[in-house]
Design a protein around this ligand. Structure first.
Ligand SMILES: Cc1cc2nc3c(=O)[nH]c(=O)nc-3n(C[C@H](O)[C@H](O)[C@H](O)COP(=O)(O)OP(=O)(O)OC[C@H]3O[C@@H](n4cnc5c(N)ncnc54)[C@H](O)[C@@H]3O)c2cc1C
Length: 116
């Protein structure tokens, strides 16, 4: 999410479907990761952009997990126009497997609220 000294954060750097409820959380965590790296960069502006690139790597590690979670949660909870009975029942089975076990619920909760 950097190009030289150009830095992106929040929706400018990545968008996710609102159904995953991750966008604003990602924006906040981007900025929290970015501030110390900007301070590091400004302390020695001629020292290169390594600090800004470290921000990008930190942010992207989280962003791609959230991309997956948002995509998956949206797919899990929405019908598609051409879905048949098999697709509906398969998705229902997936939903029941997630909500029916402590491990499934823990994964879902972690995806929604974790990865700070
Ligand atoms: C329906 C919906 C529900 C959502 N629900 C959730 C949720 O439950 N949880 C969650 O975490 N996220 C949620 N999100 C996502 C969240 O709102 C965004 O990810 C978040 O607002 C991104 O923040 P941002 O600061 O990156 O961008 P923005 O909030 O879009 O801020 C960008 C700002 O830049 C301004 N701007 C644009 N162009 C210019 C310009 N040329 N000059 C000056 N200013 C400009 C805009 O007016 C805007 O104020 C939801 C989004 C939608 C659409």
């Amino acid at each position: 999410m950097t190009y030289g000294r150009l830095v992106l954060a929040g929706d400018a750097g990545h968008t996710v479907p609102p159904t995953g409820a991750k966008g604003l959380n990602l924006a906040f965590t981007d900025v929290r990761a970015l501030i110390p790296k900007v301070e590091e960069f400004l302390a020695e502006p001629d020292g290169g952009t390594a600090a800004l690139e470290q921000y990008s790597q930190t942010a992207l590690d989280r962003v791609w997990k959230a991309q997956h979670f948002s995509y998956w949660a949206t797919s899990l909870m929405h019908n598609r126009p051409n879905d048949d009975a098999f697709a509906y029942r398969r998705r229902r089975g997936e939903f029941d497997a997630i909500t029916g076990s402590p491990e499934g619920r823990a994964y879902f909760a972690d995806g929604y609220t974790g990865w700070a």
